[in-house]
Design a binder for this molecule. Structure first.
Ligand code: EPU
Length: 417
């Protein structure tokens, strides 16, 4: 297994290009299943999760061709309706094929994802919403067995604003009879990107980016050519790295409007944040000030940046209260940060972070993607040599992270294992 070795203490300086968004690319690539023709996606990041979804789509009968950051998907030959356990257990986002398979083939057999490192993460809301569209759902042998004669538009009220749940139902409803209205829909930029793609395909989706989305079904969709939006979580991770290392980083090809709350929080820590179109420059304060953070659905502070922000608060002046309201087990990085000298106590879904003057390097390991990114950030300021194990988590969602940090002046290398 690969490891990342970091010699901490270097301020990061220079320019970094932000890659396409993992969580936008996954549903967009899956949406190609709705079309009998070839869709083309550009600015697709090179990530393990992207390889996993390509494998799944190809197992389902799609033809896939990758050239650089372009991925062509031809789903004319869609024939298989099963997403097997082996793929779904590796990547929960595989559940996104459920809606399109039902819409195109009228049946689907998709493995239940089960829990994961950050929480139980049920899919009950996806399933309830599909039954509202007329889908017959059975759970058998660890699989969702779904079938339908005609998808029928309906009014759906989500108890919780679910991102992939909203996306799944938008895709199914695009080929349903009549109008579907999603209430308490997720408002994330990735949902908006999917709505735009579906509209380019000929669907009628209105209201994406607000809590109420209306989808007027149509009988056929056409292929699209579309560029993936920048990754706001990668953007936030590099912004935090700049503030953390007292650096000065210019992030290009990003979307500042997707990170308003993060920009606001960073400014409150004393970091300087300058915005231009598609570009953000962040320079760090000498000592960051503590600020409180509560994760919330978009436009609130993203849970996917909570761990990284906690590193910054670990070396801030004062006490920060960090509340995690999206996932019930998303503090797994805390014990590793404590091994590096951070002063953090957890009570329920709240972490109290008392800033210390420095972190000290240690061998560390995490069991999820964002927690691993947080440990890399900790290594960038830790005194000494930090070894981050289980790098495959990072490779799921950060494109060439060590190369990007190295180009900014970090002393970071990957050891192939
Ligand atoms: N939930 C339910 N039932 C459901 C669906 C969700 O109870 O049927 C709960 C979840 O357990 C959670 C909350 O609702 O407590 C919100 O979960 P959501 O469904 O929005 O999460 P998701 O769609 O599974 C996406 C991202 C995650 C990101 C979350 C929250 C993708 C592929 N994944 O997950 O990204 O953390 O939204 O913003 O878009 C990551 O990239 O590292 C990652 C975990």
């Amino acid at each position: 297994m690969d490891k990342i070795i970091i010699e901490g203490g270097k301020p990061l300086k220079g320019k970094v290009r932000i890659s396409g968004s993992k969580n936008a690319a996954l549903p967009l690539m899956v949406s190609s299943l709705l079309v009998d023709g070839e869709s083309v996606f550009s600015n697709v990041p090179k990530l393990h999760d992207i390889e996993s979804i390509k494998r799944l789509l190809s197992d389902l009968g799609a033809r896939i061709e990758t050239t650089g950051d372009h991925v062509r998907i031809h789903a004319g030959g869609l024939c298989n309706h099963e997403a097997p356990y082996d793929i779904v257990r590796k990547m929960r986002a595989s559940i996104l094929v459920l809606g399109p398979l039902i819409a195109r083939l009228k049946k689907a057999r998709v493995s239940l994802p089960g829990g994961c490192a950050i929480g139980a993460r049920p899919i009950n809301l996806h399933l309830d919403a599909l039954s509202r569209l007329g889908v017959d759902i059975k759970l058998e042998h660890g699989y969702v067995q779904a079938s339908v004669e005609h998808l029928k538009g309906s009014d759906i009220f989500f108890d919780i604003a679910t991102v992939t749940g909203t996306e799944n139902i938008m895709m199914a409803a695009a080929l349903a009879d009549g109008v579907t209205t999603l209430h308490n829909a997720a408002q994330e930029p990735e949902v908006v990107a999917l709505a735009e793609a579906l509209n380019m395909m000929g669907a009628k989706v209105q209201g994406a980016g607000t809590p109420t989305i209306t989808i007027t079904g149509t009988s056929e969709l056409r292929p699209v050519s579309i560029s993936i939006i920048p990754d706001r979580i990668e953007t936030g991770t590099f912004m935090i790295a700049a503030a953390l290392t007292r650096g000065d980083i210019t992030l290009v090809d990003c979307e500042p409007s997707h990170l308003e709350v993060v920009i606001d929080k960073l400014r409150h820590t004393g970091a300087r944040v300058e915005l231009e179109e598609k570009c953000i420059r962040v320079s760090g304060p000498n000592t960051p000030l503590s600020v409180d953070v509560k994760t919330l659905p978009y436009p609130g502070f993203p849970t996917d940046l909570q761990a990284q922000f906690m590193v910054l608060m670990s070396v801030a002046d004062g006490v920060s209260i960090i509340s995690e309201t999206i996932f019930e087990n998303r503090f797994i990085h805390v014990s590793e940060l404590k091994r590096m000298g951070a002063d953090i106590t957890i009570s329920g879904n709240t972490a109290t972070v008392r800033g210390v003057s420095k972190l000290s390097a240690a061998p560390v390991m995490a069991t999820d993607l964002r927690a691993s990114a947080c440990l890399v950030l900790a290594g960038l300021v830790g005194e000494g040599t930090t070894v981050v194990n289980r790098v495959y988590h990072l490779d799921r969602g950060y494109e060439s992270i060590e190369k990007k940090f190295s180009a900014l002046g970090a002393n970071i290398t990957r050891i192939k294992g």
